[in-house]
Design a protein around this ligand. Structure first.
Ligand code: ASP
Ligand code: MG
Length: 290
């Protein structure tokens, strides 16, 4: 059987209309003869709302309960996408991480996938069903729900593609591919048709948010062919693959990533005796930096 994993990010399932569009994308692959396993994120904004609920309720929150709360967004989308597929005449079933199961480490809020049981998915595919898997979540050895870190649905999708030896793993997102820089800030940024795993890993590590870093690492380890594209356009997106598959030679610089969450703090003209634990304002209250 030839499997294709299709992952829909939060912006691709943000409304019921978009969920219907995602279902049409899946239907096209089913009609082309593929067995599709879909992976979904929570509807855009949902996970942030859930994270804020937890933080507002308790500053010293228990991470196991954080996972119990923040994993729920994906459950909703999985059920809705299965229903949308059924309305199009495509038999479908949703699955949560614990139901397969997707076994993870115990590290709540940042768990790592250790093993995936695929028999429920392969049995479903044999019956002609599309499986819709809730991304971002798994279960640990104690039977507790875990989550894989923000953006973790990418990793769920790649791990499933590796376990099913899928032909391809499509990541539908709000941009139509990987750009040389963030197109929201750099108007001259260009879209790449292809990029090597190694270069994508570097971009993801340096702050490019389009793919979760762990997912790229896993794709590289298992040779999963990743396609990053938009569910709203027909353009082919960017293929993330091994160097041997690249049609052009690797560029010396593939792209630039940036992070807006850094502050540069420069301490200067400090007397040699100043201890950082005991810091007071500089003498005369003036800055000594020029
Ligand atoms: N919903 C989760 C998040 O917002 C996981 C994901 O979207 O990949 O981080
Ligand atoms: Mg993402």
């Amino acid at each position: 059987m030839s499997y294709i994993v299709q992952k829909f990010g939060g912006t691709s399932v943000a409304t019921l209309d978009l969920i219907k569009k995602a279902a049409l994308r899946i239907k096209a692959e089913v009609e082309a003869g593929h067995s599709v396993v879909a992976v979904v994120s929570a509807m855009a904004g949902t996970t942030n709302t859930l994270v804020n609920y937890v933080r507002d309720l308790s500053t010293t929150y228990d991470r196991a309960e954080y996972d119990a709360v923040v994993s729920t967004g994906e459950q909703i989308t999985a059920g809705l996408l299965a229903l949308a597929l059924q309305s199009l005449g495509i038999p479908a079933r949703s699955w949560q991480g614990w139901q397969l199961p997707i076994q993870t480490s115990s590290h709540h809020s940042h768990a790592h996938i250790q093993e995936i049981q695929t028999h429920r998915l392969t049995e479903a595919a044999k019956k002609g069903l599309v499986s819709v898997v809730a991304g971002f979540q798994g279960v640990n050895a104690d039977g507790r729900i875990t989550t894989l870190g923000r953006g973790g649905s990418d990793t769920t999708a790649v791990a499933l593609a590796a376990a099913l030896q899928a032909e391809r793993c499509d990541i539908f997102t709000d941009v139509d591919g990987i750009y040389t820089a963030d197109p929201r800030y750099v108007s001259a940024a260009g879209k790449l048709n292809q990029i090597a795993y190694q270069d994508m890993l570097e971009l993801a590590s340096q702050g490019a948010k389009v793919l979760q870093r762990d997912s790229v690492e896993l794709a590289m380890k298992h040779g999963v062919r990743l396609r990053v594209l938009s569910s709203l356009s027909e353009t082919p997106g960017t293929l993330v693959t091994g160097e041997h598959e690249l049609q052009t030679t690797r560029r010396q610089v593939s792209g630039l990533a940036h992070s807006l969450n850094h502050v540069k703090l420069t301490l200067c003209a400090l007397p040699a005796s100043v201890s950082l634990n005991n810091m007071t304002a500089p003498p005369q209250g003036k800055s000594h930096c020029s």
